[in-house]
Design a protein around this ligand. Structure first.
Ligand SMILES: [Zn+2]
Length: 372
């Protein structure tokens, strides 16, 4: 098997009754980000011990996305859902070069997986896409450039409404609803981010265009979720505080057996996604609260976080729940093996261990990084 797809690994069933999903890791392309940006307050002398920057101080990351296929008892065609969409192809030549994008997108990855499948499928067969948040490296792939001879689904007519040099876009997944937190949607529409070029309007506006609001099957194209916050608004948790409610009580089931929950800090409306795999294992897609295994430490937040302190608090309860619930985590930007387990250590914090079976299936060393 090549390094672009990792099949799921087995483990002891812990939720025997939940609907189950076969899942595949889709690598939606390489991504280079400034090392300082990725490690916030961590000194360069510390992070360069494990992450090797290139000659422009960038470190290599991945756009990790998941394809979920429902297990149908009667052998019927599975329902197909996607978690995350990567950057896509709409950034202009300058930004594409700055971020070291290699031309591979979520569209490439889904079509490859579809061609290999026993029941072939394409981007048109994806029924729902859940994104953790709407920064360009998570939502850009929801739409794509219009190609020669194609009629655009949507056109960026106002100044600044196109992210790249092609204002005519198509929906990458024409029959899929988009599922995201309402808080995230409002913040993205308002461009409430530390970096100005993080939320792009042409990644977002097509989904709220009135003429495009309804899918062919009658569902709304955009579904906004309001999950419960871990801590009440206007209450600042202390460093060691855990939420009063368990994460199970804060989960919102958005599709059969697939739930989302808020993980604020990187953005206020960022969400993680939990589901049960074929063997009964709880799998949690982990967003930018811990984008790589290098970010397991409590203060390893990103410079792009709207609230680094909140990220630190979120990471504490998230890892506590992950260890107690024996979750299998899939990290969103890990360039090596993103499948990790969480174990409490003697220092009062947590160690991440690579899932050996997933690593073997992927043919990558845990945490390995390869710069061109
Ligand atoms: Zn990201």
């Amino acid at each position: 098997m090549d390094t672009d797809t990792i099949e799921n690994s087995g483990a002891a069933p812990i939720q025997p009754d939940a609907p189950r999903y076969r899942w595949t890791l889709l690598r939606a392309g390489r991504f280079l980000l400034d090392g300082g940006g990725m490690f916030g307050v961590i000194p360069r002398t510390v992070w360069t011990r494990f992450a090797e920057p290139d000659d422009r101080n960038r470190i290599e990351l991945q756009h990790n996305c998941l394809l979920l296929e429902s297990i149908e008892p009667d052998g019927a065609t599975p329902r197909r859902y996607l978690i995350e969409a990567g950057t896509g192809d709409k950034l202009d030549a300058k930004m594409t070069e700055i971020f070291g994008l290699d031309g591979r997108t979520i569209e490439t990855a889904v079509n490859e997986a579809g061609a290999k499948s026993a029941t072939p499928f394409s981007t048109a067969d994806i029924e729902s896409v859940i994104v953790s948040h709407l920064h360009f490296d998570h939502s850009g792939g929801l739409t794509r450039r219009c190609r020669e001879g194609e009629t655009p689904d949507w056109e960026a007519t106002k100044p600044g409404s196109a992210s790249g040099d092609e204002p005519r876009v198509k929906f990458t997944f024409p029959n899929a609803e988009l599922i995201v937190q309402k808080r995230e949607w409002l913040d993205a529409r308002n461009n409430d981010a530390v970096m100005t070029k993080t939320y792009y309007r042409d990644h977002i506006l097509p989904f709220e265009d009135r003429d495009l609001a309804t899918l062919a099957d009658g569902r709304a194209r955009l579904r906004l979720i309001e999950s419960q916050r871990p801590f009440p608004l206007n209450r600042k948790p202390s460093r060691g505080d855990l939420p009063k409610t368990g994460v199970d009580e804060r989960m919102t089931e958005v599709l059969p057996g697939i739930s989302v929950f808020l993980t604020p800090g990187h953005t206020w409306g960022q969400q993680a996604v939990a589901f049960t795999d074929e063997s009964g294992q709880t799998v949690v897609f982990t967003p930018d609260v811990m984008p790589t295994a290098w970010h397991a430490g409590q203060v390893f937040s990103l410079s792009y976080d709207v609230e680094p302190y909140t990220s630190m608090i979120t990471k504490h309860w998230f890892l506590t729940e992950a260890a107690a619930g024996e979750w299998l985590l899939v990290l969103d930007h890990e360039p090596g093996n993103p499948c990790r387990r969480v174990v409490a250590n003697e220092k009062g914090w947590f160690d991440l261990t690579a899932d050996e079976r997933a690593a073997a299936a992927a043919g990558v060393e845990a945490g390995a990084i390869a710069l061109d």
